[in-house]
Design a binder for this molecule. Sequence first.
Ligand SMILES: C[S@@+](CC[C@H](N)C(=O)[O-])C[C@H]1O[C@@H](n2cnc3c(N)ncnc32)[C@H](O)[C@@H]1O
Length: 227
Amino acid sequence: MNVDHHDFLFDASHALPSDYRAYRRSVHTRLLQILRQNPGCRFLEIGVGPTFRQERFRTIDDLGIHYVGLDFEHVCAERRADLAAAGIADRDIRFLGNRVGTYLFNLIRLARNRETFDIIYLDGNHSIYVDLAAAIAAVRLLKPGSLFLFDDVRFAFGSRHLIQATAQYADGGQTKELTEDEANEPHVTIIIRDYLIPLFNFEVERSWSDPDWIALRAPRSAPWIRI
Ligand SMILES: C[S@@+](CC[C@H](N)C(=O)[O-])C[C@H]1O[C@@H](n2cnc3c(N)ncnc32)[C@H](O)[C@@H]1O
């Protein structure tokens, strides 16, 4: 697919959501809708997050979805405790934590175990230093025709407009490693537009996408896809 640089999906100047909290709610609803359309699927979330998404995990449990969540080990431990407290004791919900570094090695371990997924949601670090490698490793885990979802596509370390409302990100020193120009570029956009689409022939699922949240559809067949 040829990505048109005037495409509003990749246009940084397109208006930001005016009510950011309402926009976040719509994102969570969209993800729930996608999960409800895919009962029994295998779902990988890269970046489990500091908030316990109880409705999401109930849906995952009710629909027999096989879930794997990746995050720092302490975040995974908190979410395991939340699930136990909420009475969700599903053997198909697994958290894989990294004590140091990034979730990259856990993605590599999943590939070595030949695990594959119908839906992968990359909502983790948002820096190319971490997430370009993670995205490439995640490509190895996608089934034919599966969905690869991205949040905060226009987030830039230099201008925290998209995240002030949630304050979920620690920058982990990222801004110190970036020039001002590099910090002002949205890194998730680079991953999608400059690498995933041209290298792997992903199509944008326009019905599920907006400039800040993009759903890519993997090709039905490609040499890199494991069947
Ligand atoms: C935006 S939150 C995820 C939100 C979640 N997907 C949701 O829908 O609520 C991003 C997560 O990525 C995790 N993360 C960022 N860098 C990481 C790293 N180097 N290793 C492991 N986890 C990381 C953070 O700990 C945080 O929990």
